[in-house]
Design a binder for this molecule. Structure first.
Ligand SMILES: Nc1nc2c(c(=O)[nH]1)N[C@H]1C(S)=C(S)[C@@H](COP(=O)(O)O)O[C@H]1N2
Ligand SMILES: [Mo]
Length: 221
């Protein structure tokens, strides 16, 4: 359908739904569902073999076990999430480790401003270090008081403040601190490098779009 982009543009929702004020970003629809979206199969892990690797522009790379993360200061976070496929969900609750605390406990000082998040299976997303250090970002182990479910990223996922939800990598395995920003998986496939929902930074070009109701066909819980 060659004119899909034009259709999508015309069908764009009002820039602020008066019911939700400035809280719902333009072009988004609120849902109570928690849609499940990812590429490929849900990974399975034995925690004995699992680790999170911090590497790149650090004095030394570090491998953390799940138990190491649980021994770090634990933070609670309540936030709204916004998927580029147009669903938003308010008041999601997460807990886990804040990168700032992690770096402080480990006495690590990254020497560069960008991070490539590496996740299973072969998923990457590029982030600014500042986005991860934002008080509303988290390395999340729990959702609404329970360990993450496999489908939503167990044992560890990112929750990245102020970015479309594709930046919140599930099944996180590594944070690579890098000097120069390189596009991750979706960013190489036509999605915006910085992905601010309030600025509607969905696509990097005009050639790509998603039907406004495609998310309704996905699994959810
Ligand atoms: N590892 C990994 N993380 C991922 C994805 C993926 O395909 N693989 N998809 C992203 C996308 S596009 C979205 S919208 C959210 C969906 O998270 P949810 O399934 O918990 O709603 O996960 C993001 N994190
Ligand atoms: Mo997404």
């Amino acid at each position: 359908m060659h004119n899909k982009a034009a259709r999508l543009r015309k069908s764009r929702l009002p820039s602020a739904d008066p019911l939700f004020g400035a809280r719902l970003p333009p072009g988004q629809v609120l849902t109570e569902r928690f849609p499940i979206l990812h590429e490929g199969a849900v990974p399975q892990y034995d925690l004995a073999d699992w680790s999170l690797r911090l590497f790149g522009t650090l004095e030394q790379s570090i491998k953390l076990r799940y138990a190491d993360l649980l021994a770090m200061p634990q933070r609670q976070l309540q936030c709204d999430i916004h998927c580029v496929t147009r669903w938003s969900k308010f008041d999601t609750q997460w807990s886990g480790v804040h990168l700032q605390d992690l770096l402080q406990v480990l006495k690590i000082q990254p020497k560069s401003a960008f991070v490539m998040a590496h996740a299973d299976h072969d998923y990457q997303t590029n982030l600014r270090l500042d986005d991860l250090l934002h008080p509303d970002s988290l390395l999340a182990t729990h959702y609404h008081g329970q360990p993450l479910t496999a489908q939503h990223g167990w044992p560890l996922r990112l929750v990245v403040a102020g970015r479309y939800f594709w930046k919140s990598a599930k099944w996180l395995r590594g944070l690579e601190f890098v000097e120069h920003e390189q596009p991750g998986f979706w960013e190489q496939n036509g999605f915006h490098l910085h992905a601010d929902p309030f600025a509607e930074q969905r696509f990097s070009g005009d050639e790509l779009d998603i039907a406004e109701d495609a998310w309704r066909d996905k699994e959810f819980d």
